[in-house]
Each structure stands twice: as structure tokens, then as C-alpha cells.
Write a protein that binds this ligand. Sequence first.
Ligand code: CP
Length: 339
Amino acid sequence: MAWAVFIFYYKNILGKYYVNFARIYFRYEFFITEDCMRKDLLGLEGLSREEIEEILDTAAVMREHLDKGEINLDYAKGVSVVNLFYENSTRTRTSFENAAKFLGANQVNIAVGNSSVAKGESIYDTVKTLESIKNGIVVIRHNMAGAPQYVAKKVNARVINAGDGQHEHPTQALLDMLTMKRHFGKIEGLTVAIIGDIKYSRVARSNIFGLLKMGAKVKLFGIKTLMPKGIEEMGAIVCDSIEQAISGSDVVMGLRIQLERQTSGQFPTIKEYFNEYGITMERMKLANKNAIIMHPAPVNRGVEISGEAVDCEQSRIFDQVTNGLAVRMAIIKLMAEEK
Ligand code: CP
């Protein structure tokens, strides 16, 4: 942890080494063991099965409200939630925004490019400032693994991790589990195949932590350059082909190729990739009866998944987005109850 603090503290001074430092830090992130949904929600690694179940049960109630068109609720009246996104987002940012509004909370979005971050303000000073103007919950997305964890230790405001580098994306995995639970009525005993860019995926890591705790089996497949060494030590099964991964699976989850996080030479042409490794209707015939297709999105049609597979009856990709709203409402509600 000392390494994390050292690297993070010096990133403002040694800005040009920022990316390299983030890479170095990533090697150490396996040593981070955070408590999660106590004050903050930082990752699924430290959440217990009971805590995950409590969030999913609350999210199921929130989803019922949404399905009935009940969006003027007061579960978080008097709470202020601020979104601080250092990385692009459509789904996560807007669903946190709507979640806070629908629960009767005050909601603020910080446009990082227009804020004092652009003048060199550190993340700690930014969050401390947001806390000082009475924001009780700060939702943070950052391209550096460990940024929300670092800040959470230093402020009294509750911190929600909306995705930190390649490390974790806890609300995404929770919404994924809610989607599975709503379709199958359970998570225990399911076989979930996660296919694509595993190496750079915080979604894969959070899902592996969460799904294994909930009693599911997790299979992984990606081209060799996009599979991190030693990933099987997390408890997932590494497959040799996409067919092996899909065969006998209840859930087939595609992942976007994260070209923005890759160094060169890790990826063939898009056409080759889709032909060899894309999720298609033909390949989905290998999955279990009643299997569903999932993807955290944004989706690149014709790259990791065919357009037909995105839009087919088995696809839950847009339902996942609604479940994301329900999960974020649940987390804000649970935090508001403990304020
Ligand atoms: N799935 C996900 O995190 O999407 P956004 O990047 O649009 O938030």
C-alpha cells in the first residue's frame, strides 16, 4: 500500500510519468485489500456474499419502482451526490445521475475538463473541496487503478468506485449479477463465460470476484495477448477456444477490446478478430438452452459481437443498462440510510 500512496502522491509532480506509474502500480494492486461497502463501495473483492445479496435485493425493489414508472421517490432526500468522472462514460455517469434524482437526492456533475482539475488540482484536493461544500457521496471514475481507494481513506464523504483503471468496476458487476438473477432466479450454479479483452477489463475482474462469491462457475476466453498471466489463480477456468467457453454456459458475456489501454501488437485486424473470436448466433448454439447474451457496453458491433447477437431475443444488453440504474439507486439508498 505504501507503493500506492507514493505513486499516487507523486503523479501530480511527475505528470509526464503518470501513465508509466499507473502501470507500475497495477502490478501492486493485487495487494490492495479494501473493506468495501462499509463507508464506501470500492470493489467486490472485499464484499461478503451477504453484502452483495443485500444490494441485489434492494436493487430488485428499485427495479420494481422503475417498471411501475415510480421515479419521484424520497429514499435519499437530503443527501447530495456528486459525479466526478476523469474518464468518458455514458451509462455509468447518467445512471448515477438519474439514480440520485429519482431518489430525491441533490445531484451535481463535475465536468473535469472545466474544473480546477485542469489547473493541476490533485484528486484529493478536489474531493476534499466537494466534501467541504456538503456532498455526502462522491462517485469517482478514474483511469488510475487505486484512485478511489486512495481518496476514500482520506475523506469523510462516502466514495463509490465507478471504475478505476484496470482494477474494478463494482457497480457494473452488481448490475450484471442482478440481470442474471432476474433471468434465472438465482446466481448459484450458473456457468458464466466471459469472452474478450480480459487483460484490460475491470468488468471481468469485478465479475470474477462477485460471481465466484455467489457460487457461479466462471469461464474465461481471450486471445493469448489479452489474457493476463495467472488469472486462473482467481478461481476462474481459462478456456482454449471460444467454442469451449460458450459450450454449456448459461451466460455469455462479451467484452469490448480496450484499444485505449493497449500497447501495440496485441490485436489482429478487426475482421480476423471477429471471424475467430466474435460472439455470433451460430456460436451461441453451443450455449445452454435459455442462455443469455450480456455485454457491459459500449458494444463494438462486428468486432467482439455481431449486431444480430446484440439485438436478438437472448440479448439482455439494454436490460443491463436499466438494471444499472436500479443497482445505483440501491447503493445510494443503502448509503443514505446510514448517513
Ligand atoms: N459499462 C460502462 O461502464 O459503460 P460507460 O463507460 O458508458 O459508463
